[in-house]
Design a protein. Structure first.
Length: 227
C-alpha cells in the first residue's frame, strides 16, 4: 500500500453544511437586530440573505476567499446604513463562531481518530471553518484553505500546495470529499487518488470517476487499503 496521507473536505463530508450555515445566518441576523437595527428594519432575514448572495455573485474573482468576501459585504452594509465599520469585524466574528458550531456525521470522529494512528491526515477546504477552533485540529498534520492557496478547488494548485507542507507526493495521497467536481475531479487532476463520499446515493454526474465511493465514513479505511 502506497497511501501515506488522507486529506479531507469539511462541509458535507465531515458534517452537514446547510444547517450550520442557516444557524449562523440566523445568529448573525438576531445580533444585527440588537446592535444595528436600521439594517434589520429594512431587510427581512430572507431579503438580507438574497442581498448577500447577489453581492457575492458580483465578485467571482474573490470566491476563493469567503472570509474577505463576506467582510467586504459587511462594509458595504455598514456604509449603506450609516453605521461605523466596526460592524465588519464584530459581525463577521458572530457569524464565524456560529459557523463553527458543527455536528459531525455519526462515527466521523472515531474514524478520524483511528485513521490518524496510521496515516497523515489533512484538510483541504474552500470554506472558512476551523478544525482547530472546533477542537479536532490535533488529528490533522496540515490544514490548507482556498484563502491561503489563492485559488479554490478544483484548481490543482490548492492540492499541490497542501501536500508540499508534509512532503507527500500526489500518488501517495487520497482525497475524500462530497463534490464530484471541486473535490473528486479537482483532486484527480492534481494526481491524488479519490474517494467520493456519497451518503445520498447520487448518480455520478459524469467526468473522471472516483477511485472509490462510500456512503458512510466508517467504510473509508477498508476502501483505502484496496486503492
Amino acid at each position: 500500500m502506497t497511501i501515506r496521507c488522507i486529506a479531507f473536505d469539511l462541509d458535507d463530508t465531515l458534517w452537514a453544511c446547510k444547517p450550520v450555515i442557516e444557524h449562523a445566518e440566523q445568529r448573525f441576523y438576531i445580533w444585527l437586530s440588537i446592535h444595528y437595527p436600521r439594517i434589520t428594519e429594512r431587510y427581512s432575514p430572507e431579503q438580507l440573505l438574497k442581498k448577500r448572495i447577489n453581492y457575492m455573485q458580483q465578485y467571482p474573482e474573490l470566491h476563493y476567499n469567503l472570509t474577505q468576501l463576506r467582510q467586504h459585504w459587511l462594509a458595504e452594509l455598514a456604509v449603506e446604513h450609516d453605521y461605523p465599520l466596526a460592524l465588519v469585524e464584530q459581525g463577521f466574528e458572530v457569524f464565524w463562531l456560529a459557523r463553527n458550531e458543527v455536528t459531525f456525521f455519526e462515527g466521523a470522529l472515531a474514524v478520524l481518530e483511528a485513521l490518524s494512528a496510521r496515516f497523515l491526515l489533512g484538510v483541504i477546504s474552500n470554506g472558512n471553518a476551523s478544525v482547530h477552533h472546533i477542537g479536532v485540529g490535533h488529528l490533522f498534520q496540515f490544514v490548507h484553505s482556498a484563502a491561503q492557496a489563492g485559488v479554490a478547488k478544483p484548481h490543482p494548485a490548492i492540492f499541490h500546495q497542501a501536500l508540499q507542507q508534509v512532503n507527500i507526493a500526489s500518488h501517495q495521497a487520497v482525497y475524500v470529499g462530497d463534490d464530484p467536481v471541486k473535490d473528486i475531479q479537482g483532486a484527480a487532476s492534481a494526481g491524488l487518488r479519490t474517494v467520493w463520499f456519497n451518503p445520498e446515493g447520487h448518480v455520478w454526474p459524469g467526468g473522471q470517476k472516483p477511485d472509490a465511493v462510500i456512503d458512510n465514513l466508517a467504510q473509508l479505511e477498508s476502501v483505502i487499503t484496496k486503492l
